[in-house]
Design a protein around this ligand. Structure first.
Ligand SMILES: [Zn+2]
Length: 461
């Protein structure tokens, strides 16, 4: 008995050591608590200067769903600059006298939604190849999609693969308030082996057009990770196929750099990725119960993206012509994967993966993904938590985003009605606040006039 428990303890310790080697080297452990760092997983030190618009905004009279999983309740939300300042009981009015007060009666106030799987600059459907591959066209596609997301109450997107450095520049411009949109957390180019997912044949999706980085051998996979980090990656996106050595090298490199790794993989490639320490698995692609149990045991997250696959099955009758999808699957099988991952206790977030014209289905497409979660056994409240708090956890941003609690960043959505009762009420977007800025008012994008800079005057001498 004693010997057996000693063996058990040894195995437990050994598995913790194994896990520790696979964890992200979280840069937060090197900072004291007052250090101010960038509002992304890169955590780069920056000066402690006020951010966001001057003054306070108060949303009062409404119902607050704070994202923690607590019931929606009557409450007043007080924002100051780009942070949540306070959550007040109804009736209290101790906010700054010069605050902008907004009546949210009949509305629900909730954390800005998070879409964990986007491709901001992938080609539209039916675009001539000359435009599809053009970086200028690609950038403008990104600008247009950012508008659709923010108008839908989505205040953060996780870009899981885009062309060149375009998603990083979109991120900079949104963050500086130069174009409207959600916060962008970007992986850069998708990394895969020669001819892997996304690089199947010389199609418009091949690396020659900028969105795929084909890598060969562990050293090159490592180098491909460094290239994305150099460009500004907040996380790394890998795709099968790969060798065990290749995926291990890429994950080790990303984790040393302090960023997480997600993977688009299927069947045994998921096992290899999980064994190598991957942080998240995208899509509902086939996997065994053993794989699901291993994901759960190791705390691996999932972004199942059922909506985009249901569109594929509805429109095309199947996923055809791809060497990276050589298996049978269906809408029912995908739902079964989601259901079994929920039962296993895997943390799952909302990602739409809206490609081609898919973004034009927003905001409905995002709600459809929540409804898939409900079909898999989530309550409406749990689905809304997946869309907010869990999304922030998967982004490695839960210290700053995902819930409406004092000190968090001011990303807020106000919808008419109560989405806890009917998720479709999420489509009734009235107000969206990102980083303290009111970016959607009365259901439409609000762009303030630019403030003219005085013209130069002639020097007197
Ligand atoms: Zn995708």
């Amino acid at each position: 008995m004693k010997a057996r428990s000693a063996v058990a303890i040894f195995l437990l310790v050994a598995s913790f050591v194994a896990l520790a080697q696979q964890q992200v080297d979280d840069r937060r452990r090197f900072f004291d608590e007052n250090e101010v760092t960038s509002d992304d997983p890169r955590r780069i030190p920056r000066p402690n200067v006020p951010r966001g618009p001057e003054g306070s905004v108060v949303l009062t009279g409404g119902r607050l769903f704070d994202g923690t999983g607590d019931r929606a309740r009557p409450a007043t939300l007080v924002l100051e600059r780009n942070k949540v300042r306070a959550v007040l009981e109804p009736g209290r009015e101790d906010w700054p006298a010069d605050a902008t007060v907004i009546d949210a009666s009949g509305h629900t106030v909730l954390p800005g939604l998070i879409d964990l799987h986007t491709h901001l600059d992938y080609s539209d459907a039916d675009v001539p190849i000359v435009h599809a591959v053009n970086p200028t066209h690609a950038t403008l596609r990104g600008v247009e999609r950012l508008r659709y997301f923010i108008e839908s109450g989505i205040t953060s997107v996780r870009d899981t693969g885009s062309k060149y450095d375009i998603p990083f520049r979109l991120k900079d411009w949104v963050s500086a308030n130069r174009i409207p949109g959600p916060r962008v957390f970007a992986a850069g180019q998708l990394i895969t082996a020669t001819g892997g997912h996304g690089a199947e044949g010389l199609t418009e999706h091949s690396q020659i057009y900028g969105e795929i980085r084909e890598a060969s051998g562990p050293d090159d996979w490592r180098e491909a990770v460094r290239e994305q980090f150099k460009n500004g990656a907040d996380f790394i996106k890998l795709a099968s196929h790969f060798s065990k050595d290749e995926i291990k090298a890429a994950i080790e490199e990303a984790h040393a750099l302090g960023i997480r790794v997600t993977v688009d993989a299927e069947t045994f490639y998921i096992d290899w990725a999980v064994e190598a320490g991957v942080d998240c698995v995208e899509h509902p692609l086939p996997r065994t119960q053993e794989t699901i149990d291993m994901m759960a045991a190791r705390g691996v997250h999932a972004v199942p993206t059922l909506t985009t696959y249901s569109y594929i099955f509805d429109r095309s009758g199947g996923y055809h012509g791809s060497t990276s999808r050589r298996f049978s699957f269906s809408k029912e099988a995908n739902l079964d994967v989601l259901r079994r991952m929920r039962v296993a206790g895997i943390k799952q977030g909302i990602g739409t993966d809206l490609v081609f014209d898919g973004f034009r289905f927003l905001p409905g497409a995002y709600v459809t993904e929540l409804e898939w979660f409900v079909k898999a056994g989530y309550t409406n409240t749990e689905a809304l938590v997946a869309a907010t708090k869990t999304g922030a956890e998967i982004l490695d941003m839960d210290d700053k985003l995902g819930t409406l609690e004092p000190g968090k960043l001011a990303d807020v959505l106000v919808v008419e009605g109560n989405p806890v009762e009917n998720l479709r009420n999420l489509e009734n977007v009235r107000i969206v606040i990102r980083d303290g800025y009111l970016v959607v008012r009365d259901g439409r994008l609000y762009i303030p006039r630019h403030i003219p800079v005085p013209e130069p005057t002639a020097r007197e001498n």
